[in-house]
Ligand binder design. Sequence first.
Ligand SMILES: *Cc1c(COP(=O)(O)O)cnc(C)c1O
Length: 255
Amino acid sequence: MKIPFLNLSPMHLEIKTQMQDAFASVYDSNWFIMGGQLSSFEKAYAGFNQTKYAIGVSNGLDALFLALKALGIGTGDEVIVPSNTYIASLLAISYTGATPILAEPDSETCNIDPAQISAIITSRTKAILPVHLYGQACKMDTIMEIAGKHGLYVIEDNAQAHGASFKGKLTGSWGNVNGTSFYPGKNLGALGDGGAVTTDSDDLAQKVNMLRNYGSLEKYKHDIIGHNMRLDEMQAAFLEVKLKYIQNWTRQGRR
Ligand SMILES: *Cc1c(COP(=O)(O)O)cnc(C)c1O
């Protein structure tokens, strides 16, 4: 019996009518960027991830980049990241001008080893970027403790772990500001590219809000040098439908 690595068909068949309705709703509204559908999904995803804010962005790489930028990380800074992650976690750091410093994994979990983190902290270290690989949560209590002791920020890469938790607290809700991806192959996937930044901080949420939309909160008023890294209304509508099913699909996937 050949078991496919990922088969979206059964899931997409189950929700076909709802997805077509979501498409029709955005299509008929003629509003495609930064509208009510995005706000609605952001609220739903923040509720799901148990954070005060979720900010929809273009993809997972941009989510991590914007999270790092919002913290003011840049040239001359070092960010500790697992050596065995996907390249996006490192590129996000490089894009800010900071240097990724690689930490080796724990041989049992294959996730970043907290003991390895402590060994590579220098006076330039600004942040730790743990990655919850294959849906398995990193040892977040120990990582937060190390960060607190050394005055470092924590940015979780939650691209592979929607709905995972460590000691009862969801991944993507531990760090100062976190990034996730809705690439079609992720546990929660759009029908195209997408991502989100999650945080409990009013200040960081506002910075990411501005950075993703040309440095602007108010039309034609641009206070900082921003980017065009937004999640569009169509993907937000599709994601809001799929979010209702993610817990059930995760259970089925595990089985
Ligand atoms: C997929 C992935 C990303 C990047 O997400 P994109 O939406 O493809 O940019 C980042 N980190 C990890 C661990 C990933 O698996």
